[in-house]
Ligand binder design. Sequence first.
Ligand code: ADP
Ligand code: MG
Length: 283
Amino acid sequence: MNDGRDTGAITCLSVRKIFGTGYNRFEAVRSVSLSVRPGEFVSLLGPSGCGKSTLLMMIAGLERKSSGTILVGGDEVAGPRPEIGIMFQDPTLLPWKTAIENVLFPIDMMRRPRNDYKERAIELLRMMGLSGAERKKPRHLSGGMRQRVALCRALISDPRILLMDEPFSALDAITRDEMNVVLLDIWQRYKTTAVFVTHSIREAVFLSDRVLVMGGRPSTIISDTAVPFPRPRDFSVGDTAAFNEICRALRDQIDRGHGNSDVNETAGMLPVAPGVREQSIGM
Ligand code: ADP
Ligand code: MG
């Protein structure tokens, strides 16, 4: 077992995922190899249905891989673990619990003493601009506030790794931009490793040190692009020619992934029953 900062490293080697058996066999992820350094912010970008969520769930230990190797902090992933925090598009808050009770919920689940984490919960909520909302129930919070609570909950046990699956996709554009800024503040402060799934090119570029494009059917990683802008980043970086150039290059890579998928669609496919495949890979 590693200790200290190294626990934030992620390595995937030839990771493959096949759902179902027989005629229902469907290869969702063909072969993914990637590595994420401790403290790095990496986005997984790709069209809907290309296997981003499946890959993230395998890294989280919430979905079993069919073959290959997944290492977190040098250890093979065999199930969910406390050093990984996770966040989804839906905040999945418990409606009968207050904001702070929702933040502390993983602590209750891990049967750790709540009192040891209360101060951290209050501090996290404060950093997210939610001071005064600690005792509010989710129905009294806006969509953006609910996602902030979900982010506090993901961070409550001081995870080395934060996995996020399109966490801001359901928010309006202004709230989403705000959340991106909040997320970068938090990430810089806690120095967690971050893997962020999105199908927004601009969001991926603004947030990340590296953007991995997933594509093809079944999918693989088709490109790995470093984003050179210094940090802390200001939203105005999005107005620069360099930013737009990276976005354009990523768009090309995604389109090429689509092209490959058309050519290889059947070549790469295991026997599949009609209707099992994703209907659309539009963005
Ligand atoms: P993304 O997150 O990139 O939109 P997903 O990882 O959700 O893609 O899905 C990848 C592919 O795997 C899709 O074609 C989807 O229909 C399929 N898939 C996902 N989960 C299952 C499952 N439990 N059983 C069968 N197929 C699945
Ligand atoms: Mg998904």
